[in-house]
Ligand binder design. Structure first.
Ligand SMILES: Cc1cc2nc3c(=O)[nH]c(=O)nc-3n(C[C@H](O)[C@H](O)[C@H](O)COP(=O)(O)O)c2cc1C
Length: 249
């Protein structure tokens, strides 16, 4: 089968066929952690509570009508309250179900598996030094993964020269931890994880638009370079999507 044909088949993965492979869930294996583990020495940063006061347009219809992919951002820094709201709108946790079986969040996810981690390449956010951070959705905090000053150049290169990504105030970089979804959906997991990624980026589009910011989904990037940029292994965790955010120029 050539690659196009096999990719078409992958898009047709069906729930009915999952039964052929017994899932780890059905075998009684424990559910995977809801969030990637944290180094005890990690520097955690409490984020402001998500507050709709950061929105200057709170009407869904208006946000839908003006939503566009934005590639021109002003030089202004993003406020921490704005960043906090965007993180919550995409991946914030509203409820932990059954002591850690799954979480409910503003974006939907097949089986509520929420297989993503959110990394931020920060250039200009108030009170955050430039570097790569990770969102901790269970406690609404950030953890500094590492400080770095040339992330912008590396990010542009990893996005095949798309400089508006590297120079944006912040770029959301979503990885998936595939086992979080494979534990339940086995061979169907990979299709639904990509569908899920679209949902969370759409929440980012609409929330950004509502606060006078903008974003642009980015699918054109070099996989190995992007995984290396945020220091993930590319096997059990890898980048699936990213989106720069800034105030509109
Ligand atoms: C999955 C996906 C990947 C995309 N990748 C890129 C990209 O790498 N670079 C870019 O400039 N725009 C990218 N876009 C934005 C599209 O080009 C944009 O949505 C399209 O031109 C329609 O414009 P609109 O979003 O303003 O309606 C991507 C959009 C999606 C949904």
């Amino acid at each position: 089968m050539d690659i196009i044909q096999s990719n078409r088949e992958f898009m047709k993965s069906q729930f009915g066929k999952v039964g052929r492979a017994v899932s780890d869930q059905a075998r009684g294996l424990p559910y995977p952690p809801l969030q990637k583990a944290l180094d005890n020495a990690a520097q955690r940063i409490k984020l402001p509570k998500p507050d709709s006061a950061v929105l200057n347009c709170n009407e869904l219809d208006a946000c839908l009508r003006k939503r566009r992919s934005r590639r021109n951002f002003s030089k202004d820094a993003l406020a921490q309250a704005e960043l906090a709201y965007l993180l919550w709108a995409t991946q914030g946790v509203q409820e932990v179900v059954d002591d850690g079986y799954c979480t409910l969040r503003p974006a939907p996810s097949a089986g509520a598996r929420h297989p993503f981690e959110t990394y931020l390449a920060v250039n200009r956010v108030e009170r955050l030094k430039p570097g790569v951070y990770r969102y901790l959705p269970l406690t609404h905090e950030l953890v500094l993964e590492f400080a770095e000053h040339n992330t912008a150049a590396k990010l542009t290169e990893a996005c095949l020269g798309q400089s508006f990504v590297g120079t944006a105030p912040v770029a959301f970089i979503w990885t998936c931890i595939p086992y979080r979804c494979e534990w339940r959906y086995v061979t169907l997991a990979h299709k639904v994880m990509l569908i899920d990624a679209g949902h969370l980026c759409q929440n980012l589009y609409l929330a950004a638009e509502a606060m006078g910011c903008g974003t642009c989904g980015i699918g054109a990037y070099d996989q190995e370079a992007m995984d290396a940029l945020i220091h993930v292994d590319g096997e059990d965790e890898y980048v699936v999507y990213l989106a720069p955010v800034g105030k509109l120029a």
